[in-house]
Ligand binder design. Structure first.
Ligand SMILES: O=C(O)CCC(=O)C(=O)O
Length: 288
């Protein structure tokens, strides 16, 4: 579909066609937004940081499969901070969502061979809604670090489903899942897209797009780094486990390779198991 898929290059800029595609389909894929060198540098960060060691295990379906993830709230000044603050990632989101954004959180998703768990059909705004950012003006950039394909549980989205509005969600294991009766109806009108990506490709998607991913039944690891943003004029009303508006201080794309601080957790405000429990309790309290 025109505009939903573009190639990154030196002259990359967000075109009206990309904006139209984002508005109509709820996502845009940018191929090779990260170079091989940038992807390799991120893997070097994982080697020297405690990002991998400090993962949480998130179960979705009552079986042995689990999603491993590590999350942090503030971008910081190290390599992952430069990634989250650079023009091609954060600046592209500003163009697509139509205004200044701030960093809502980043996470490393580690879907391991054979044991990597599924993500239920959900909208990110299905649960971010409870964080009291009142408008669905949030979005995520999912950047593939490994090849993501059907066999290792690539992202699946229902094209254009963000236009169906926010759907009710309930807890499924450690996750929030959308009301499946409603999802089935939406599947009748919104085509399913398997978002197959090569390392360095990214999908930029709206917080109301319905998405999921299957278990990783293959021997191929499926790691990805995700940066989520909220529009600056959508500051949440209540304090919660993700930040209020904090200026992003965007940097040029070259900052990722220029950055000599591989990892510095200072001020990154990691999202701990305790915070997850707090947020789950917050949700349950509201539900009751
Ligand atoms: O990593 C995935 O497959 C999906 C991640 C996701 O949908 C989420 O974290 O909200």
């Amino acid at each position: 579909m025109a505009g939903t898929e573009v190639e990154f290059g030196d002259d990359f800029k967000v075109t009206q066609e990309m904006k139209d595609a984002f508005n109509q389909y709820g996502y845009v894929i940018v191929r090779n937004v990260l170079s091989k060198e940038e992807v390799n540098k991120l893997f070097e960060v994982f080697d020297v940081s405690d990002l991998v060691k400090n993962h949480m295990d998130v179960y979705s379906d009552g079986d042995k499969h689990m999603c491993r993830k590590t999350m942090w709230n503030q971008p910081g000044n190290d390599v992952t901070g430069m990634l989250a603050r650079c023009e091609k990632v954060a600046g592209t989101c500003e163009e697509l969502i139509g205004g200044e954004v701030y960093h809502y959180h980043s996470k490393l998703m580690m879907k391991q061979p054979k044991i990597g768990g599924k993500h239920q059909w959900h909208q990110d705004y299905g649960y971010w809604y409870y964080n009291t950012a009142l408008r669905p003006n949030l979005m995520t950039v999912f950047m593939a670090l490994d090849r993501c394909h059907k066999g290792n549980g690539c992202l699946q989205i229902l094209e254009g489903s963000h236009l169906c509005g926010r759907i009710d969600h309930t807890r499924v294991g450690d996750q929030m899942g959308a009301d499946m009766d409603r999802v089935k109806m939406i599947q009748e009108i919104c085509p399913l897209k398997y978002v197959e990506l090569n390392p360095g490709d990214a999908v930029y998607f709206h917080c109301n797009i319905l998405h999921c991913s299957a278990v990783n039944t293959s021997l191929d690891r499926r790691w990805a780094i995700l940066c989520a943003y909220n529009r600056a004029d959508n500051n949440p009303v209540e304090k919660h486990h993700h930040p209020f508006y904090t200026p992003l201080n965007k940097v040029p794309n070259t900052a990722i390779m220029d950055c000599t601080t591989m990892w510095d957790s200072t001020g990154k405000d990691p999202f701990t198991v305790d915070k997850r429990l707090e947020s789950n309790f917050g949700y349950i309290k509201r539900e009751l």
